[in-house]
Design a protein around this ligand. Structure first.
Ligand code: ADP
Length: 199
């Protein structure tokens, strides 16, 4: 199975493009979803987190209190290191598992991740596909989607890899500044090329 990494900054259109590939029958795994799934109630990771930090790290209904956890790891780097040491191998294993679905006829799958290039997740992929828009479009679309201020969005963007650097790592680029039907045409063309390359 060939794994293609789909990445881009916040609001660049990763989820939108992933759904378009999905409409063509392509299986995709969202790394952010997996990171949430592995700490859902009842998971071994959440049990370990509650043992380590105490029950206060859970909400009344037994879910992870993310705001509390964020605060702790923000203030205590050694706790951040502990948490990453716990979750990193669990997330990686779960990503690999979900990237290999049974009963799947196509030769490739997508790993969708905002931090593909910043983390070792890129080691899981054979090609890098970047969803690209100019930064002003990225800001406008993220503000329209989330209820964040321009400043918050700009702060998130400046903490991510700069656009040019990301494009420099791309094997292929999708221009998502276009209307959605034009983007779908780009997606179809790439899909056909991948089917030939990996089929
Ligand atoms: P990401 O997953 O990279 O954060 P999304 O796929 O959620 O980005 O896209 C960000 C916002 O922009 C969403 O509200 C989405 O509907 C919108 N959007 C994405 N692509 C386009 C496009 N080509 N034209 C117009 N709006 C778009």
């Amino acid at each position: 199975m060939v794994v293609i990494g789909l990445t881009g900054g916040i609001g660049s259109g990763k989820s939108t493009v992933a759904r378009q590939f999905g409409s063509l029958g392509v299986h995709w795994v969202d790394a952010d979803d997996v990171a949430r799934e592995v700490v859902e109630p009842g998971t071994p990771a959440l049990v370990a987190i509650a043992e380590h930090f105490g029950e206060n790290i859970l909400t009344d209904d037994g879910a992870l209190n993310r705001a509390n956890l964020r605060q702790i790891v923000f203030e205590q780097p050694e706790q951040r290191a502990w948490l990453e040491g716990l979750l990193h191998p669990i997330i990686r294993e779960e990503l690999i598992r979900q990237l290999h679905p049974s009963d799947y006829a196509l030769p490739y799958v997508l790993l969708v991740s905002p931090l593909l290039l910043e983390t070792d997740q890129h080691e899981l992929v054979e090609r890098v596909l970047v969803v690209d828009v100019p930064v002003d479009v990225q800001v406008e679309r993220t503000m329209a989607r989330d209820t964040n201020s321009r400043e918050q969005v700009e702060r998130i963007i400046s903490a991510q890899m700069p656009r040019e650097q990301r494009l420099g790592r791309a094997d292929a680029v999708i221009d998502n500044s276009l209307p959605l039907d034009r983007v779908l045409a780009e997606v179809r063309a790439l899909h056909e090329a991948f089917m030939v390359d990996f089929g």
